[in-house]
Design a protein around this ligand. Structure first.
Ligand code: GLN
Length: 488
């Protein structure tokens, strides 16, 4: 078997037992990337020599007897997470040329865990989108069908993991950007509880919703990466100082007697019947494994998209005010004075989706509209949180599809912005309510991967991973790989 085909936990074990060297592993993924990256458009930056020099350093640690969990394992980093001295552009022209002078906390933690940082993964501009088409640099293609999107906004991370260019990747999830591309590319994606993983060094989109999360081929790999990045950080004021329990996976026992609620809204209007069918089959598999699955309801879920598209743009309009051509990245030419410079820089630097969000957010926050939109949206958000809290007293977990549709064609929804945004309807609630959620592969509809989503109470990632793992281990979906793209 090729090294690039192995899940991260097996690679890590082989490295620790010294059955393979760190450099061999790095070379296997570099070679794979060299063959496929151009066709897939997964990376915005990759410096093979830098990867090699990290591999040499990891090997030195291994030789010195160190055994941190991710020693020698390559991890791709979404391009909105700061890696010291590497371009961090958020796939936006406005940050072209920006190299942060510091590492994000998650990157610091990955270095400590021995991971080999493997380039920057493409995404929608400032993580705003569901298809990775709004990247200023290139679209990313879905390895299962190169004419389709990989989902988004962490599409580069998901496609890279699915195609075996890396065993692990980090993404960020504000309204579904880890789970939805994971679902569309047939891999695992975890959105941790808000406050579980430090946002220090994650370029802010919507600060009350953003969370960094792992993408991997298998749940056990996602668990490893989650454990490496989770934990309190005093540099993020919303980071929560609570213990990160060790994740212990037990596929034989994790489902027995678990009460799982299936909100009817998650299989309602807008969900492709072929996707719903696949999810119903997963429900019976869970039942066979001893789980008690019951229909329930979380009525406010139906207002999730409207609520999100007030709150997220409002926060984004404020967070993006800092891109003025003076402090970071792109600066317009000419000397139109201060206001002219800022105007021209932002006009040139931001793409259409980002501009739309800034306009929307500024409008929603302006005097006279604040109560009607922003305040109202916050009230719906609170109500949704209460509804989820209530349901999660009855049920251990909630479940449903991750995305109502499978991967769509590149360009297909470009003129139907509403349809594109409705694609987030099942992922947004966990962000608005601050819960943890995971997507695992559960089958195929129209020949394309479908993701199954489990949602847990805040800070129960360990339980969520156990349940997802128990389901995964009863299926073969995680073993299926996309077809090898024909040689160019
Ligand atoms: N697709 C959603 C949006 O466009 C979510 C993006 C995200 O989670 N970063 O805002």
């Amino acid at each position: 078997m090729n090294l690039w085909e192995l899940p991260a936990h097996r690679l890590a074990a082989m490295l620790q037992r010294r059955e393979v060297s760190v450099l061999e592993v790095a070379e296997a993924f570099l070679q794979r990337t060299e063959c496929l990256d151009e066709r897939l458009g997964t990376f915005t930056f990759l410096d093979p020599d830098e990867v090699r020099s990290q591999a040499v350093e990891a090997q030195r640690r291994l030789d010195a007897g160190e055994r941190p969990t991710l020693l020698g394992v390559p991890v791709a980093i979404k391009d909105n997470i700061c890696v010291k001295d590497e371009p961090t552009t958020c796939a936006s022209r406005i940050l072209s040329g920006y190299r942060p002078p510091y590492d994000a906390t998650v990157v610091e933690k990955l270095r400590a865990a021995g991971a080999v940082l493997f380039g920057k993964a493409n995404c929608d501009e400032f993580a705003m989108g569901s298809s990775t088409e709004s990247s200023a640099w290139q679209p990313t293609r879905n390895p299962w069908d190169l004419d389709r999107v990989p989902g988004g906004s962490s599409g580069g991370s998901a496609a890279a993991v699915a195609a075996g260019l890396v065993p692990l990747a980090l993404g960020s999830d504000t309204g579904g950007s880890v789970r939805q591309p994971a679902a569309m590319c047939g891999v695992v994606g975890l959105k941790p509880t808000y406050g579980r993983v430090s946002r220090y060094g994650l370029v802010a989109f919507s600060s009350s919703l953003d969370q960094i999360g792992p993408l991997a081929r298998e749940v056990q790999d996602a668990a490893m990466l989650f454990e490496a990045i989770a934990g309190y950080d005093r540099r993020d004021a919303t980071s929560v100082d609570t213990e990160v329990p060790r994740v212990t996976l037990d596929p034989d026992d994790a489902l027995r007697g678990r009460r799982i609620g299936l909100p009817s809204e998650f299989l309602g209007e807008g969900v492709d019947p072929a996707v719903a069918e696949v999810v119903r089959t997963a429900v019976s598999a869970l039942g066979d494994a001893g789980a008690i699955v019951e229909e329930t309801s979380v009525p406010s879920v139906q207002y999730g998209v409207e609520t999100y598209y007030i709150i997220a743009p409002a926060e984004a309009s404020s967070n993006l005010a800092r891109y003025d051509g003076i402090r970071y990245g792109h600066r317009a030419e000419g000397n139109a004075g201060h206001v002219g410079l800022v105007e021209q820089t932002r006009e040139e630097g931001f793409g259409p989706e980002v501009k739309r969000r800034i306009l929307l957010g500024t409008y929603a926050l302006s005097a006279g509209y604040y109560d009607a939109y922003y305040l109202k949206a916050q009230k719906v958000r609170t109500r949704m949180r209460h509804e989820f809290e209530e349901r999660l007293r009855t049920y251990d977990y909630l479940m449903g599809p991750t995305s109502p549709i499978v991967a769509f064609g590149i360009g297909e929804l470009q003129d139907d912005l509403l349809a594109m945004k409705m694609a987030d309807i099942l992922t947004i609630p966990a962000n608005l309510a601050g819960l943890a959620a995971i997507s695992v592969p559960c089958g195929f509809a129209h020949g394309l991967p479908v993701g199954l989503q489990f949602i847990s109470r805040p800070f129960d990632e360990a339980g969520l991973l156990r349940v997802a793992h128990a389901y995964e281990q009863r299926t073969e979906w995680h073993r299926l790989r996309p077809p090898e793209p024909a040689a160019a």
